[in-house]
Structures are given as structure tokens and as C-alpha cells.
Write a protein that binds this ligand. Sequence first.
Ligand code: URA
Length: 195
Amino acid sequence: MTNAELLEQKRAVCAACTRCSLSQTRTKCVYGTGSPNAKLLFVGEAPGEQEDQTGIPFVGRAGQLLDKYLFAVGIPREAVYIANILKCRPPKNRDPLPEEEDACLPYLREQVRILRPPMIVCLGRIAAMRLIREDFRITKEHGVWFEKGSFSLCAVYHPSALLRDPSKREDMMKDMIEIKRRYDALTGDGRSGND
Ligand code: URA
């Protein structure tokens, strides 16, 4: 089976999931979106209202800001894969509960097994605490790269945090530029540097 077929198969399983109580309040399960051959995986926290309505991650205000950063550094959104720790929206966008994360993480693990992305970027503290280190400090450690097996991981500020506190946007831009530099090195998309 191709990656695309595998992801579609797993998406269908996820859409029928009842592993936690969020299945009772969701409109749509938000499995993930992007290229089945992505070299770069972004992992956010959980769907918000717009995502719950559409079934697509990062399409609301935070998503539109993420799109601006991707565009600014020249990473096409459709070339990467975007998913969340939780596939269903927590009521009133509250933080995910540990038991919801435990119930949902197998879906993300499957996505990682299928995609095998050399680069994983956590969007915000919640994803970083699950994927990098339990005591991850986003203010001190955003933009720092960690090697875990065959993966290079880092975390950047969550776009919602940038909406609340625009003073973080300069740091975000620096982190995104480094993500793009590493992405180019992987995909062979680096320019000659002569122009
Ligand atoms: N915030 C997230 O963490 N994920 C989304 O998909 C949307 C907003």
C-alpha cells in the first residue's frame, strides 16, 4: 500500500474513534492533512472550532498565521504534513487532559510510522512536552534541535501564543528560517547563494 492509502485507511479508523469522551462532543475528527511523502511534520495541540467544523487542522486564526510563516520562509503547506496531538476538539478549547492524550497518541504514532519524517516540529508546549521532553520549557527551548533516533525535533511557539503576544513573533521568524534551512538541506532545494 502507498503512504496515501495507508493514511486514508487510518483516517477512516480515527473518524469512528470512541476511545475518549471527546468523541461525544466533536463535529469532525481532525486526523491530519498534507503530503503523504512529507519530510517535515508539524504537530499542534488539538483542533479548535474551525478545525472541528471542517475536519482540517490549522484553518482558523492560528492556522492562518502559521500559513503566513510558511509562506514567508518558502515552505509550501501542501509539501508538509500537519497533525495534532488530539484529533478531536476539547470543549471550549480547554487544554487536553492527560488521559485524552494517552488515548489519542497511538494515532499520531501511526502517522509518524507511515510518514517517517526526518524533521518534526512541535507547535507549542503541549506537543513539545509529549514529543520532546515532559518538562520542556517553550520560552527557553524553542528553536533548539533534539535528535531522537532517526528524527530531528524542535518546538516553536504555538501560533495562538503569537496572536496573544506579538512580541514573540521575531523569535518565531528566526526559528522558521532555521527550519527552512534544514528543510532545504534535506530536500535538496537550496539555492546556489549567488543571487
Ligand atoms: N490549534 C492547534 O493546536 N491545532 C489546530 O489544528 C488548530 C489550532
